[in-house]
Design a protein around this ligand. Structure first.
Ligand SMILES: *Cc1c(COP(=O)(O)O)cnc(C)c1O
Length: 393
């Protein structure tokens, strides 16, 4: 029945089950453990002979509702709710890589995903090659006999580059690799990688899925076979599972995901077009602009261009910092997908540990700024930017 529903209906209804009290909103099950009727029943649950909850690290009714909903939205067989987006990335990779294996990933990835691959996985003898995922030949030539996983996120910071999911899924199938895509910037309402043949989708639910900036959480969506390892081996033993309270908040946030994204995308498109015509703005990176390289994949793999924009000012490092400090309305913060419009300056914040050379290689200029366009009135957002830009020398 759920397959027939539109995604806007599924965010509200998918995964719900009747509860004993008849409450419209599923009650939060804030319990660490579950009581067995008898020792025999406990034994049967541990042996997998009887369905039922045992202990919240292994499963919980509230997180299970969220998992059913996200699996329905992404079109996967199953999902696992995790303690953070990074726990989701870690679980997907740890489940599919062992000592001596190799991983191919895009050279632009979320900062902690980069350090997970380079600092943590490398300790266990897992090798990584980072290549430009816009270049099919570069990906193919990075694949070796011991390559097991191909990983990317799209669109990706700092320039909102968009990678072709059909092409990545095709390469993965040809070389027998597990493909993993971080879908945080899009959500399943704007992009469904599994429909393009990707094996595993991960999210930072901290961002749009929850949408209210009050939870750190993640999710992995994949097949039952993958979930046997991701959830019942890796997450069980590593322990990075989501709390039922966070799952309950995300279930609440998800109900408005469709209407929120409608506004985020509308506002971001307007802001991107406004910035693109402003004389104090040197360049705008947003896949909703015809001038952006990702525009060709809009409609094919992304329904809309999302709510995150990067742009460069005609300004120095110091002037860019001053612009951020003086900008009305926007909060100076990393993260994205919240109701509030946020701004950050990568050169002094997210990418400050980089050397000057690494920064320029990654294309992080002194005046590059990233905004997560919020849900405020578009008139007020544009007015705030107008005020800020008019104060530049
Ligand atoms: C925020 C983010 C993460 C990490 O998520 P946390 O919930 O902060 O652990 C991973 N990938 C992307 C694209 C993100 O934006």
């Amino acid at each position: 029945m759920q397959q027939k529903w539109q995604l806007a209906t599924q965010v509200i209804h998918a995964g719900r089950e009747k509860n004993e009290s008849g409450a419209l909103v599923s009650p939060m099950c804030q319990s660490a453990t579950f009581v067995f009727d008898s020792a025999e029943q406990g034994g049967a649950r541990f042996a997998g002979e009887e369905q039922g909850y045992i202990y919240t690290r292994l499963g919980n009714p509230t997180t299970a509702e969220l998992e059913r909903k996200l699996a329905a939205l992404e079109g996967s067989e199953a999902a696992a709710a995790t303690a953070s987006g990074m726990a989701a990335v870690s679980a997907a990779l740890l489940a599919n890589l062992s000592h001596g294996d190799h991983l191919v990933a895009s050279n632009a990835v979320y900062g902690c995903t980069f350090s997970l691959m380079n600092s943590q996985l490398s300790k266990f003898g897992i090798e990584v090659s980072l290549v430009n995922f816009s270049d099919e030949a570069a990906i193919k030539s990075a694949i070796k006999a011991n390559t097991k996983v191909i990983f990317c996120e799209t669109p990706v910071n700092p320039h909102l580059d968009v990678y072709d999911l059909d092409m990545i899924a095709r390469i993965a199938k040809q070389h027998n690799l597990v493909s993993v895509v971080d879908n945080t910037f899009m959500t399943p309402l704007l992009q469904q990688p599994i429909k393009h043949g990707i094996d595993i989708v991960i999210h930072s639910a901290t961002k749009y899925l929850n949408g209210h900036g009050d939870v750190i959480a993640g999710v992995v969506c994949a097949s039952h076979a993958q979930m046997e390892v991701i959830k019942f081996e890796v997450l069980k033993d590593v322990g990075a599972v989501m709390s039922p309270h966070d799952a309950w908040l995300i279930l609440r946030g998800l109900k408005t995901l469709d209407v929120r994204l409608e506004r985020h995308c509308h506002n971001a498109q307007n802001v991107a077009e406004y910035l693109a015509h402003h004389p104090k703005v040197a360049k705008v990176y947003y896949p909703g602009l015809k001038s952006h390289s990702g525009y060709r994949l809009l409609g094919r793999q992304m329904r809309r261009a999302g709510g995150v924009i990067a742009f460069e000012l005609q300004a120095s490092f110091a002037e860019s910092i001053k612009f951020v400090d003086q900008l009305p309305l926007f909060s100076i913060a990393v993260s994205l997908g919240d109701a509030e419009s946020l701004i950050q300056h990568p050169a002094s914040m997210t990418h400050s540990p980089y050397s000057d050379e690494e920064r320029s290689r990654a294309g992080i200029s002194d005046s590059l700024l990233r905004i997560s366009v919020g849900l405020e009135s578009i008139e007020d957002i544009i007015q705030a930017l107008e005020t800020g830009l008019s104060q530049l020398p």
